[in-house]
Design a binder for this molecule. Structure first.
Ligand code: SAM
Length: 235
């Protein structure tokens, strides 16, 4: 796993000491070991894990400047993309959140074991955390919900001038167009759809970058059942 990570990070022009790469690989090994007793990820092959979890997550460092930022990862699961970002950018302050407690227990225990500091793990639903409203410079999320739903979970957490970055597959234009109304209603503006290729693969993904340009109206986020049943769409 170390070689794939080293080569992939080089291809992305992300500097990483050997120790940093070892920490990422150790996190991957903990994930694989824990996954034998607890379902955390469908990706278990070490090479796939290196590329599809770690390098995919790391690619976000080429999209925005995370240095010194307060970052939240919504629906982080076993820690992606948040943990690789934090390991590669040690001066950022990371909050990971997930509605499933055992996933946050895994991330918390793994960070303690590997000495990954400045990581706050929250077991909770993103739309039920009013104390974190507008508290982050950047909110990231991968594989959690359609963009219009996701925007209502994430944008209320972003402070004015901050970014919401959603990781999506290659064909996200229609999803982005459908979410435009939700994004604008929640105080955001879609700034960029940035394609990238995961090093060592021919897999293309995209990062949708939304800037928070105005406060989110206080009536959002709604309860999840309502968000899901009635996503913000222009009628
Ligand atoms: N982001 C991780 C990744 O890419 O490997 C996990 C993706 S997993 C498919 C989606 C995760 O989002 C699950 O762990 C789920 O519990 C979490 N989730 C879904 N809705 C959520 C919400 N409203 N607030 C917090 N977590 C949520």
């Amino acid at each position: 796993m170390e070689n794939i990570l080293t080569e992939g990070l080089e291809a992305l022009s992300i500097p990483a000491e050997r120790e940093t790469v070892e920490t990422l690989a150790a996190y991957g090994r903990l994930l694989a070991a824990t996954n034998r007793v607890m379902n955390l990820t469908a990706i278990t092959d070490p090479a796939d894990m290196a590329r599809l979890h770690f390098l995919d997550s790391a690619a976000l460092l080429t999209v925005a400047d995370f240095s010194g930022k307060r970052v939240a990862d919504v629906g982080s699961g076993a820690g992606f993309p948040g943990i690789p970002l934090r390991v590669l950018q040690p001066d950022m302050h990371l909050t990971v959140m997930d509605s499933v407690g055992k996933k946050m227990d895994f991330v918390d225990a793994s960070c303690r074991r590997l000495g990954i500091e400045n990581v706050n793990c929250i077991w909770g639903r993103a739309e039920e955390l009013p104390q974190l409203r507008e508290k982050f410079d950047i909110v990231v999320s991968r594989a959690v919900a359609e963009l219009d739903v996701l925007a209502e979970l994430c944008l209320p957490l972003v402070g004015r001038g901050g970014l919401f970055i959603a990781m999506k597959g290659p064909d996200c234009q229609a999803e982005a167009a459908q979410a435009d109304y939700a994004i604008r209603t929640l105080g955001g503006q879609l700034r960029e759809i940035r394609p990238y290729t995961i090093p060592g693969t021919d897999i293309s993904h995209t990062a949708l970058v939304v800037e928070k340009t105005a406060p989110t109206p206080i009536r959002y986020p709604r309860r999840y059942a309502q968000i899901k049943k009635n996503p913000l769409r222009e009628t």
